[in-house]
Design a protein. Structure first.
Length: 147
């Protein structure tokens, strides 16, 4: 997991060849003006979902993880808290291969991190994360990057 300011995202391009495409996309687009929905950048290898999200409390948030994709999440208009636990400590659950997601309801998070507008968080396949913990509804971008 990485948490940093958006202006520093380019410092992480060595971690995944598609991270540079995310940086270039953000520099050449006003992502906050995009309509809600999926926007392809490089087919199924790189796309962004713009979402209007209902804020959840700690008890409503569910840990999830992915195997094929890395998430780069950027809240636009409110701070968002994420629960975190390494996938290695999560119980075995059914993994939806088609959707590339497993959810582990009822599992408590090891720790929490809050990301503000102007910042981002990266979740790798080894990072279980419980998104959308917020006091109000908000908009966000989720870049899905092939791992």
């Amino acid at each position: 997991m990485i948490v940093d300011e958006l202006k520093n995202l380019k410092s992480y391009v060595a971690l995944n060849p598609l991270f540079k495409d995310v940086v270039d996309f953000l520099e050449s687009n006003n992502i906050e003006a995009f309509e809600t929905g999926k926007h392809e950048i490089k087919g199924s290898d790189l796309f962004v979902n713009i979402e209007q999200v209902k804020g959840k409390n700690l008890d409503e948030a569910v840990l999830e993880y992915h195997r094929r994709m890395v998430d780069i999440q950027i809240p636009f208009d409110a701070e968002e808290t994420y629960g975190y636990s390494p996938v290695s400590v999560l119980p075995e659950v059914e993994f939806n291969v088609e959707s590339d997601i497993a959810k582990t309801p009822g599992v408590k998070c090891q720790t929490f991190v809050t990301v503000k507008p102007g910042q981002f968080v990266v979740f790798f396949p080894q990072d279980g994360h419980a998104p959308c913990i917020a006091e109000k509804d908000f908009r966000k971008a989720i870049f899905k990057v092939k791992a």
